[in-house]
Write a protein that binds this ligand. Structure first.
Ligand code: NAD
Length: 487
């Protein structure tokens, strides 16, 4: 069994406790993980608090912080294959995707490295002749960064990159499901030369480690990615320390296909949108909203493609769909599919686990008569596509917005004016037109409604890790006039 360690105040150490991590492809333990308990969390936060104002970090210029981030980016790129292999082994995400995604994660660190010395305040044209007033942008403080199991290196990069560029320090909690890649990543943080305490990486269970971290009185900001249920706990808990929060939650994203769309392109985007990453993607295009005239043809092709998908060992480059991350996740999906069929959905393909060890589930398509079918209403986070049918553009928009979520959306049409009307009407943080599942460090990412608040990626995300200090400097040599009148 492979042993992983937590990274706390610049030191690698076993956690107070340990737990076994299962290989989702076999269902058997393959590694021993550190489990951070109250004491570990406390020490990590105190280390981050001390590092925040210590000379080794606070004394760096923003350009020097950027150089550390460039070094980290290079190390992530150089070690992408090792990180990918660990992520694949620990979470079941296929190597084809982890190796490509992690190589691109380096670009996020590069983007924020370049931004570090471009985050600046402002000089104000104040309405008083004897005053100079300017704004300083200062780091928000100690950040608790919490991520779920899917795409942990990516979800950590969109928090660490802007937080470190802004001068914050971070305690990063990896998911208890598949924490290996982030614990390995800590070695790169160390090798890049960040001062001790600036980045601390630990893992543990949500109700204990996660709750203690987010309620810690010395945490200033919680950057969270996960489910809306957990987000509610975090927001309630923030009443304790009044930490600010940014929340990247799930989705039930509409994938709308009009009858004038390029169907071949739309089919491929749909397959990518729901079956890539075994559907464990927050932006999964899990609600196909299809115009009646092309429904039969579209579904025939998607069904054929779904049935031809290569399911197997996630470590094999030929595999297209690997296992789900956990048995718990597979049971949840199987139960929701069964409930949906009982509620009136028609199974087009899939709907079962293959006869193999590991946490596999077949790519599944459900034709659904309305939006109250459980597979339409709830996020499954698995390879399950639910299909809704429309006749008119107004119906398409109404179905698209008939959800509490609002993370991503896709529109496939060759009609430019219709595309613009849909862009205006859809309630979601991302609209992809004639494409799907494209990301970049330059473009902000985040949701409306139950999908969360705040944005990751882009310049705004870095500003979110700062707070503004207004400075007043009086330029007059005259004595201050009437002390009883506010100036
Ligand atoms: P989850 O909410 O159960 O867990 C996420 C993280 O929160 C884990 O590290 C967990 O240990 C921690 N946690 C759990 N309870 C906690 C508590 N009380 N206090 C503090 N931390 C706690 O999510 P999950 O099931 O692991 O992940 C899947 C969810 O993540 C899906 O809803 C998915 O859509 C969402 N997600 C969103 C995005 C996005 O960017 N919008 C990206 C990926 C995943």
């Amino acid at each position: 069994m492979r042993l992983f360690q937590q990274y706390l105040n610049g030191v690698f150490e076993p956690g107070s406790q340990t737990f076994e991590s299962l290989d989702p492809a076999t269902g058997k333990p393959w590694a021993v993980m550190p489990e951070a308990r109250a004491q570990d969390v406390h020490r990590a936060v105190v280390a981050a608090r001390q590092a925040l104002t210590g000379p080794a970090w606070a004394g760096l210029t923003p350009t020097q912080r950027g150089k550390l981030l460039y070094r980290l980016a290079d190390l992530v790129a150089e070690n992408a294959q090792t990180l990918a292999e660990i992520e694949t082994r620990d979470t079941g995400k296929i190597i084809r995707e982890t190796s490509a995604q992690i190589a691109y994660v380096a670009e996020y660190y590069r983007y924020y490295a370049g931004l570090a010395d471009k985050i600046h305040g402002a000089h104000l044209p104040i309405d008083k002749p004897d005053m100079e007033v300017w704004l300083r942008r200062e780091p928000v403080g100690v950040v608790a960064a919490i991520v779920p199991w899917n795409s942990q290196l990516f979800l950590a990069a969109v928090k660490l990159g802007p937080a470190l560029a802004a001068g914050c320090t971070v305690v990063l909690k990896a998911s208890e499901d598949g924490p290996g890649p982030l614990l390995e990543f800590a070695r790169l943080v160390d090798a890049a030369g960040f001062p001790p305490g600036v980045v601390n990486v630990l893992t543990g269970f949500g109700a204990d480690c996660g709750a203690r971290l987010t309620t810690h009185p010395q945490v200033d900001h919680v950057a969270f990615t996960g489910g809306p249920g957990t987000a509610r706990h975090i927001v309630r808990n923030s009443a304790e320390n009044l930490a600010s929060t940014s929340l990247e939650l799930g989705g039930k994203s509409p994938f709308i296909v009009f009858d004038d769309a390029d169907l071949d392109s739309a089919v491929n985007a749909q397959v990518a949108g729901i079956f890539a990453a075994t559907g464990q993607s927050c932006v999964a295009g899990s609600r196909l909203i299809i115009q009646a005239g092309v429904k039969q043809r579209f579904l025939e092709i998607v069904k054929a493609k779904a049935e031809a998908i290569v399911i197997g060992d996630p470590g094999d480059m030929a595999t297209e769909v690997g296992p789900l991350c956990s048995q718990r996740q597979r049971s949840h999906i199987a139960q929701t599919v069964a409930d949906s069929i009982a509620a009136g959905a028609t199974l087009i393909t899939g709907g079962a686990a293959p006869d193999a060890p590991g946490f596999y589930y077949r790519p599944t398509i459900l034709d659904c008569p309305h939006s109250r079918i459980p597979a339409v209403a709830t996020e499954l986070f698995g390879p399950v596509l639910s299909v809704l049918t429309f006749e008119t553009e107004a119906e398409a928009l109404a179905l698209a917005n008939d959800t509490q979520y609002g993370l991503a959306s896709g529109v496939f049409t060759r009609n430019l004016s219709r595309a613009h009307r849909m862009i205006r009407g859809i309630r979601a943080g991302i609209v992809w037109v004639n494409t799907y599942r494209a990301v970049s460090p330059i473009a902000p990412f985040g949701g409306f409604g139950l999908s969360g608040q705040g944005r990751e990626g882009g310049l705004e995300a870095a500003l979110d890790y700062t707070r503004v200090k207004a400075v007043w400097l009086r330029t007059s040599d005259e004595p201050i006039p009437d002390p009883f009148v506010m100036r």
